[in-house]
Design a protein around this ligand. Structure first.
Ligand code: MN3
Length: 206
């Protein structure tokens, strides 16, 4: 079973003006597709136990993947998982603030939603070079804000990402050029909190 490029749950222009149509189309049809194709090429050479795994389960075992293909799985498998999450935690009906158990956990952990937002923004904007900013849940249910380099995934560290922003230049350069902070600040307007809440609550149950 090969990994496949997921459809976006909205049209390419749906996140305008915050993320432009051309960026979304290139990002999905070329960048994400490239990660999927290269992951499939790498995984063909993997032992049977690594075939047919959900991408999250494959990445959780990154240290057990044979060395010849580990870097390819890290980069392209991470890229596939990261982008698959990224598309669904955004929505044209996004923005605002979370509610329910996630809002309570954010207040408990960071003091307030604004303090969380400030920390997440500073982490994403301040990450040097290509990478991702994340809100993750650890094995004890704690919330963690962090960044990862390149296409490294929080699953590789035993964390479950529930919100993430791509801060590779390909995610914003056409519209924002070098102004990453402006991109990150505008991105909050498209965050799909109901999906992030659903993912948080799924962690709490498991
Ligand atoms: Mn990207």
């Amino acid at each position: 079973m090969a990994y496949t490029l997921p459809e976006l749950p909205y049209p390419y222009d749906a996140l305008e003006p915050h993320i432009d149509r051309t960026t979304m189309e290139i990002h999905h049809t070329r960048h994400h597709k490239g990660y999927v194709d290269n992951l499939n090429k790498a995984i063909e050479k993997a032992p049977a136990e690594f075939q047919n795994l959900a991408i999250e389960d494959l990445l959780r075992q990154i240290d057990r993947i044979p060395e010849e293909i580990r870097t390819a799985v890290r980069n392209h498998g991470g890229g596939h998982a990261n982008h698959s999450l990224f598309w669904v935690i955004m929505s044209p009906q996004g923005g605002g603030q979370p509610s329910g158990p996630l809002a309570d956990a954010i207040n408990r952990t960071f003091g307030s939603f604004d303090a969380f937002k400030e920390k997440f923004t500073a982490t994403a904007v301040g990450h040097f070079g290509s990478g991702w900013g994340w809100l993750c849940v650890d094995g004890s249910g704690n919330l963690i804000v962090k960044s990862t380099p390149n296409q490294d995934s929080p699953y590789m560290e035993g964390l479950t990402p529930i919100l993430g922003i791509d801060v590779w230049e390909h995610a914003y350069y056409l519209k924002y050029q070098n102004k990453r902070a402006e991109y990150v600040n505008n991105w909050w307007n498209v965050v799909n909190w109901s999906e992030v809440q659903r993912r948080y609550e799924a962690c709490a149950k498991s």
